[in-house]
Ligand binder design. Structure first.
Ligand SMILES: Nc1ncnc2c1ncn2[C@@H]1O[C@H](COP(=O)(O)OP(=O)(O)OP(=O)(O)O)[C@@H](O)[C@H]1O
Length: 210
């Protein structure tokens, strides 16, 4: 395997966690999963975004920082590859959408300090799905606090992610996941596994699923 640290990204409900589980199994990789359900501010944020955005974003950043630092400290002798279902920068991208300008500037200062101390993945897999499909997935998994996420929020998150990936020329396997079924369709997973075996320059590389 060419890559030692693979991060999967995408909008809310894009299917990051499912793909992370499957890839980690296939690659015998260490799995690092976001622990969003431990964030006590998340349900409150969806009820009242303005009031809870700042503590929500701080909590996510602190937790992810700790998780990635711990990961660096504890090397696994039997698993040389790590797959995570998030990128540390995710905190900053969500914060950009959710915080007012002044708070965002403060947040960014803290982010920059922490960001210097963790490692960036060798490659990002970005799952791109249209908002209607994301909403369908969100309804299907039925987390109560997510049931009235506006389309506009999902659009904003999507734009922020894609803008970031383009601007920073990040080595990205960009997958049109509108009809993805990694769980039940081996061919879909194979597209990702083959992409991970190919030589890729920095920047975005588009893959469609059969
Ligand atoms: N920094 C953040 N700010 C606000 N909300 C966040 C942030 N990070 C995660 N969340 C929320 O936490 C929940 C889980 O997020 P996430 O998108 O990572 O997982 P997911 O939707 O379960 O992913 P997938 O379905 O692709 O596996 C979502 O409601 C998401 O909006």
């Amino acid at each position: 395997m060419k890559y030692h640290f693979i991060a999967i990204e995408g909008n809310i409900g894009a299917g990051k966690t499912t793909l992370a589980h499957l890839l980690s199994k296939k690659l015998n990789a260490r799995l690092v999963l976001e622990e969003f359900d431990e964030n006590p501010f998340l349900p409150k944020f969806y009820e009242n975004p303005k009031q809870y955005a700042f503590p929500l974003e701080l909590f996510f950043m602190a937790e992810r920082y700790k998780q990635l630092k711990d990961m660096l400290r504890t090397k696994d002798m039997f698993q040389s590859v790590t797959v995570s279902d998030y990128l540390f920068t995710k905190c900053l991208l969500f914060a950009k959408v959710n915080l007012p300008e002044e708070e965002f500037r403060l947040y960014q200062k803290l982010f920059d300090i922490m960001h210097q101390q963790i490692i960036f993945p060798d490659i990002v897999i970005y799952l791109h799905a249209p908002v209607a499909k994301l909403q369908k997935n969100i309804r299907k998994r039925n987390r109560s606090y997510e049931q009235s996420i506006p389309d506009e929020y999902l659009f904003n998150i999507q734009e922020t992610y894609t803008g970031y990936i383009k601007q920073h020329n990040i080595k990205t396997i960009f997958i049109d996941a509108s009809s993805a079924d990694f769980l039940d369709n081996e061919k879909h997973l194979k597209v990702v596994l083959d992409a991970l075996e190919s030589d890729l320059d920095d920047g975005q590389h588009y893959f469609t699923l059969p």
